[in-house]
Design a binder for this molecule. Sequence first.
Ligand code: TXA
Ligand code: MG
Length: 331
Amino acid sequence: MNTQLLSDSDTDLEHAASILSQGGTVAVPTETVYGLAANARDATAVAKIFAAKGRPSNHPLIVHIHNTKQLSELSANVPQQAYTLADAFWPGPLTMILPKHERALDAVTGGLDSIGVRMPAHPVLHRLLSEGDLIVAAPSANPHKKLSPTSAQQVFKELYGKIDAVVDGGPCAVGLESTIIDLSRINEGESPRVLRAGPITAIQLSKVLGEAVIGYTAHQQQVPGNIKQHYQPNSRLVVMNTQALSALVTQWPEEAACLYYSDHLISKFDQLETPPAHLQRLSSDKSEYARALYAALYQLDQQGIKQILVEHPPHSDEWEDVNDRLKRASA
Ligand code: TXA
Ligand code: MG
């Protein structure tokens, strides 16, 4: 298969929409990470996603929509809370797990009786989906367990020959996967719960809903696809606290790279006459840090770095998603 790299021109988006309508696979930009899309109404097309990624077929996929009216095609019993959250956070980095409509495909949900839905905030993807009046199932466009891609070039390189096309919509603005909130049992009286920490925190969700939202670390609910080792670079990744890294600065392990952000380490490294190669400074602003993290890890992988030492980010709620991804990347 000769994977095509497409631009965001009208002609290219029409072409991408027709590939999707005919059952092909197209990697698409979203504000979080690139997704690998196929027509969510076509089980044969959806199966191609699993083949391209090497993903187990019982791992459920998120369906990406461009219009809230499409919710009722996917969920028979959309809870009122879903519309409240959609008003506040869509289009945006929030996935809602809802009771599945019987017509929605088992190929998409891995046979579960719930379905994940998100309306992404990327103008290029929005045009593409509107063009063909499409809904697409799309996981992150990485080989199974690997780093999620934040650029079209990364997808092109990693999945070349396995998918029909990649649409280049530029680098992802958010850079980490969406927050997932489970609303599938709230019609039966269960509280909403966060299944994956993401850019929108449990506190923000709870404020908008006016009710308690069970945070991501407060429960141990397991779903297929929510796996311990995930988001992994090829290099060995070790997360260390600032003090421990600081102690290493003058006896730096040869060939280790470092991702750091604190003023303390910045000044420590600045004092060195010959600082170690492969130092990469990230922002202490959470959003900027998240936007740059995967790209930095991918770049170090491309250079064949064996070990990456990462300064432990702050422990606050705001950083929960970053901490979660780093934990899995180092598992
Ligand atoms: O930001 C994102 O969410 C990106 C972009 C492309 O939209 N997508 C993404 O998809 O991260 P993926 O497949 O890499 O991760 C989706 C997660 C998986 O861990 C899966 O298990 C969970 O969502 N999921 C999907 N449907 C579910 C369901 N019905 N119940 C529980 N978990 C579900
Ligand atoms: Mg993924």
